[in-house]
Design a protein around this ligand. Structure first.
Ligand code: PBG
Length: 323
């Protein structure tokens, strides 16, 4: 036998030397749900260990995460029902607690990167990512609303705008609006290949944003398709995106790989709520080893080609690796 692959696995030192993929806290983006009531801290039932944080509480939570080495955060707003409308006007309202807390966070922690969420669903009485009329999700009518929301977020101090809505042409109008208003240094992370997935359930529980009727299949992608992800990514690059995202991650590693092979922009894998819930639930039942499983899943996303990983596991990972 001339080739014995086990020789390269015979000690931790040699395994370390030939390791092809690495994973560290610098690759991770941690999602935080923010609520209007300053002192709120309520756990999301389907996401053990993940909380809705009030506008005060979220500051100390970020401080704790920063001490653990986390440097990238994304904020999602838990919008009270009373602010929801058909066209989601509250999303760009100067009284919006989500915009105000972002300003406060960047004042307290100027060194971190703070990413937003752009879509109508948290603000909409219909629970869809675009404006709904007679059961149809209107594309072109939604675009200016997304552009306004993005501009308000850039003005509030977000470093990265995160359009998660999947309307056609939204990256172009957002880029143009930001540039026209002198926000040419504000980045855009496009949710390029976002699939109509059943893995978003726990997130919709957290935000109470389940669509009131219908599903999201006329704008989010069909899980059967991979070529279409290339088209979406190509358009987002042409329109001015800085990062491409694939979402969900675990059931779509081939899509991450395909985008990595075909494009030069950095890729983010969104390890979504349902993926987090599966690992947590099994671990809490004693069926899986949490630390090992969590790290193996994150590593698989890096191996597939992800630069960054947006994940609810980020704090657990950072705690495990605290120096
Ligand atoms: C909505 C949005 C969703 C997620 C992020 N932004 C849900 C949806 O599209 O219905 C899901 C994230 C997760 O499941 O962790 N714009």
């Amino acid at each position: 036998m001339y080739q014995r692959p086990r020789r390269n696995r015979k000690s931790a030192a040699i395994r370390g030397m030939v390791e092809e993929t690495n994973l560290s806290v610098s690759h991770l983006i941690y999602p935080l749900f923010v609520a209007e009531n300053p002192d709120e801290k309520s756990e999301i039932a389907s996401m053990p260990g993940i909380f809705r944080w009030g506008t005060e509480k979220v500051l100390s939570e970020i401080e704790e995460c920063v001490e653990l080495g986390i440097q990238n955060f994304v904020l999602f707003p838990v919008v009270p029902e009373k602010y929801k409308t058909k066209r989601g006007e509250y999303s760009a309202d100067e009284k919006n607690f989500y915009l105000k807390v972002a300003t406060e966070i960047k004042k307290r922690f100027p060194q971190i990167s703070l990413m937003s969420d752009v879509a109508l669903d948290p603000y909409s009485t219909d629970g869809h990512d675009g404006i709904v009329e007679n059961g149809i999700i209107l594309n072109d009518e939604t675009l200016p609303v997304l552009a306004n929301m993005s501009l308000a977020q850039a003005q509030a101090g977000f470093d990265i705008i995160g359009p998660s809505d999947m309307m056609d042409g939204r990256i172009a109008i957002i880029r143009e609006t930001l540039d026209d208003n002198d926000y040419d240094q504000t980045s855009i992370m496009a949710y390029s290949a976002k699939y109509a997935s059943a893995f978003y359930g726990p997130f919709r529980d957290a935000l109470d944003s389940t669509p009131k009727s219908g599903d999201k299949k006329t704008y989010q992608m069909n899980p059967a398709n991979k070529k279409e992800a290339l088209l979406e990514a190509m358009l987002d690059i042409e329109e001015g995106a800085d990062f491409l995202m694939v979402k969900p991650a675990l059931a779509y590693l081939d899509v991450i790989h395909s985008l990595k092979e075909n494009f030069v922009l950095p890729i983010t894998a969104y390890n979504v709520s349902g993926e987090y819930a599966m690992v947590k639930a099994a671990a809490n039942n004693g069926w899986l080893n949490y630390d090992a499983t969590m790290q193996e899943t994150l590593l698989s996303m890096r191996r597939a080609g992800a630069n960054a990983i947006l994940t609810y596991h980020a704090k657990d990972f950072a705690q495990l690796h605290k120096k």
